[in-house]
Design a protein around this ligand. Structure first.
Ligand code: NAD
Length: 391
């Protein structure tokens, strides 16, 4: 087994792929490509709230067939199987008597891809298993909620880069936004100087695993990774250091962080401020969710998808407004296009995005827990594992 260190992590984070020397020969995923004109055969693992929503999107993709459902909750798995039976006329295989029964589904050679929407503390374990089975997967965010499991996913990915992975960052499916990321990385707004981002939610009413930070990873992993994926996509580098302050215990019945503000320092001149909380008052303006960066030559508004230049160019306008939308439907369609075409490198938000977003959340969380600035390297050394039951 190869231990993922800073160098390998940075390489994958830069999107350049991992060293060929450590890439394994296991081309398992090659056998997971449907024959020309045949349907993509899909299994769904985890069909609670999000999983049922995704199932609807899966069933809407032309040329896709749902052949297996796995969930440890009997009501959820039977309900989802019924939905599939109604739509396609055939009941899928139903699994989920034990927490590791999903491995039987991953072992089925006649299944080409799975959609995984289980609680966050399962992600790293299931994604490692899917990679080792050569199974293409659309997996909900975050990629992982602990540095130890994040490294385990990266290690498995080193040997199975032929697996198409789409992490559930559906905002990354916006085609115009992706064009703007490229423009920024090509220097359109000059050197990045300052970033400002926030997500102010209303009073937190979540229960179950969402309210348990050991299982959700806390809000900087469960939710804010959507923003961190976009931030990583703009910057193309990982933070050097995170300084965070936050409060827990203001909202009763949960041990998750109720609000926090972090400062991320990046290589070069970039400093980013991000605030996230669950205390916004209805009808009191907060400015909403935004992610903005200012550079030496201009600025980018990521959520509204435009760049504003300091100086109007000789030809064209000072504002470059990206067109188009893109959400879960497009994100799912892109995943299945990649499975059908055998182009795993073309998913919109693969393992590099998942790792780039998770490491930001992990640095913020560690800094908050330890009440001090932490570096990227310190966070990568944290070896904790999420609370999955023994196999
Ligand atoms: N991309 C998005 O915008 C978005 C939105 C909501 C939720 N999510 C993510 O989706 C995931 C699921 O969230 P949810 O709200 O659907 O949670 P949920 O609790 O409603 O559903 C999770 C399901 O997984 C099942 N499950 C748990 N352990 C399992 C196991 N070992 N094997 C098989 N099934 C298992 C549960 O029984 C449940 O049915 C989370 O990671 C969440 O962060 C993403």
């Amino acid at each position: 087994m190869v231990d993922i260190g800073r160098r390998e992590f940075l390489r994958i984070g830069a999107g350049a792929g991992l060293a060929a020397a450590v890439a394994g020969p296991a081309a398992l995923a090659a056998g997971r490509r449907p024959a020309e004109g045949k349907p993509v055969r899909v299994g769904c693992i985890g069909v609670g709230g999000r999983g049922q929503h995704l199932l609807g999107h899966v069933m809407a993709v032309p040329g896709v067939e749902v052949v297996a459902i796995c969930d440890i909750d009997r009501g959820n798995r039977e309900g989802a199987a019924e939905t599939v039976a109604k739509a396609f006329g055939t009941k899928p295989e139903v699994l989920g008597e034990g927490p590791y029964e999903y491995r039987k589904l991953l072992a089925r050679e006649d299944i080409h891809a799975v959609v995984i929407a289980t609680p966050c503390y399962w992600h790293g374990t299931m994604y490692v298993d899917a990679l080792n089975a050569g199974m293409h997967f659309y997996g909900e965010k975050p990629l992982a909620i602990a540095a130890g499991e994040l490294k385990a996913v990266l290690e498995a990915y080193q040997a199975h880069k032929d697996v198409a992975v789409q992490i559930g960052f559906q905002w990354g499916a916006h085609p115009g936004r992706r064009e703007l990321f490229k423009l920024v990385q090509d220097g359109a707004i000059g050197e990045l100087l300052e970033g400002q981002a926030q997500r102010p939610n209303g009073w937190d009413g979540h229960g179950g695993w969402y309210a348990d930070r050991a299982k959700s990873g806390d809000w900087m992993l469960e939710q804010a990774v959507h923003e961190f994926n976009l931030i990583w996509s703009v910057v193309g580098a990982h933070p050097v250091r995170a300084y965070t302050a936050g409060r827990t215990g203001v909202i009763p019945g949960r041990n998750t962080t109720n609000y926090y503000t972090t400062i991320l320092e990046y290589p070069g001149k970039l400093i980013l401020r991000y605030s996230h909380g669950w205390i916004a008052v209805p009808d009191f303006p907060t400015g909403g969710l935004y992610i903005n960066f200012t550079g030496t030559k201009g600025a980018i508004n990521v959520m509204d998808a435009y760049i504003q230049l300091r100086e109007k160019p000789a030809a064209g306008a000072a504002r470059i407004q990206a067109q188009g939308g893109g959400d879960t439907r497009e994100h799912m369609a892109n995943f299945f296009d990649c499975v059908k075409a055998g182009t795993p490198e073309k998913t919109y938000c693969g393992v590099a995005n998942g790792a780039g977003a998770s490491i930001i959340g992990l640095m913020i969380r560690q800094s908050l827990e330890e009440k001090r600035p932490v570096t990227f390297e310190e966070t990568l050394r944290d070896g904790r594992r999420p609370p999955v039951p023994a196999a």
